[in-house]
Design a protein around this ligand. Structure first.
Ligand SMILES: [Zn+2]
Ligand SMILES: [Zn+2]
Ligand SMILES: [Zn+2]
Length: 142
């Protein structure tokens, strides 16, 4: 799958999957492209005063389904979102010191998760995995 790191690539993915690029969607994509850290819906809404919060929320949900944006649950229960760097299914390494989020993909882990669901006769819709701890630079600082 194509990298979705730029607004143009995200736009293409949106249109390829049959969604119209409405003005609010375009504005949300632009705002996301300009953010380098995980953000909350509130923070994103503040940067888009002309767009209703419900629209921002719905757009984020849509972008999440398309793997353009991903949901990052924090250890304290807070939810943040970030622009997906790989543009496909992945997991997160979340640093509790600096808040950095690193993506990783592991097909073996995905397979093991699916196996576990199957063994439990559980109908799986999806999964996410977050690893909490300290990133390498933060370990050096402490
Ligand atoms: Zn992610
Ligand atoms: Zn860190
Ligand atoms: Zn996975």
């Amino acid at each position: 799958m194509a990298d979705v790191s730029t607004t143009e690539e995200s736009t293409e993915r949106l249109e390829d999957t049959g969604y119209r690029l409405t003005a609010p969607r375009r504005a949300v994509l632009d705002a996301i492209a300009g953010s380098n850290r995980p953000f909350t819906i509130e923070e994103l809404s503040e940067r888009l005063p002309d767009i209703g919060r419900a629209t921002v929320f719905r757009t984020i949900k849509l972008l999440q389904e398309l793997d353009i944006v991903c949901r990052v649950p924090l250890e304290d229960g807070g939810i943040r979102y970030e622009r997906s760097r790989s543009g496909r299914h992945h997991h997160h390494l979340i640093c509790s010191e600096c808040g950095s989020v690193t993506e990783f993909s592991d097909p073996t882990l995905d397979e093991a998760i699916e196996q576990n669901a199957e063994t439990a006769s559980f109908e799986l819709d999806g999964h996410s995995a977050e690893l909490y701890g300290r990133c390498a630079p933060c370990q050096r600082l402490s």
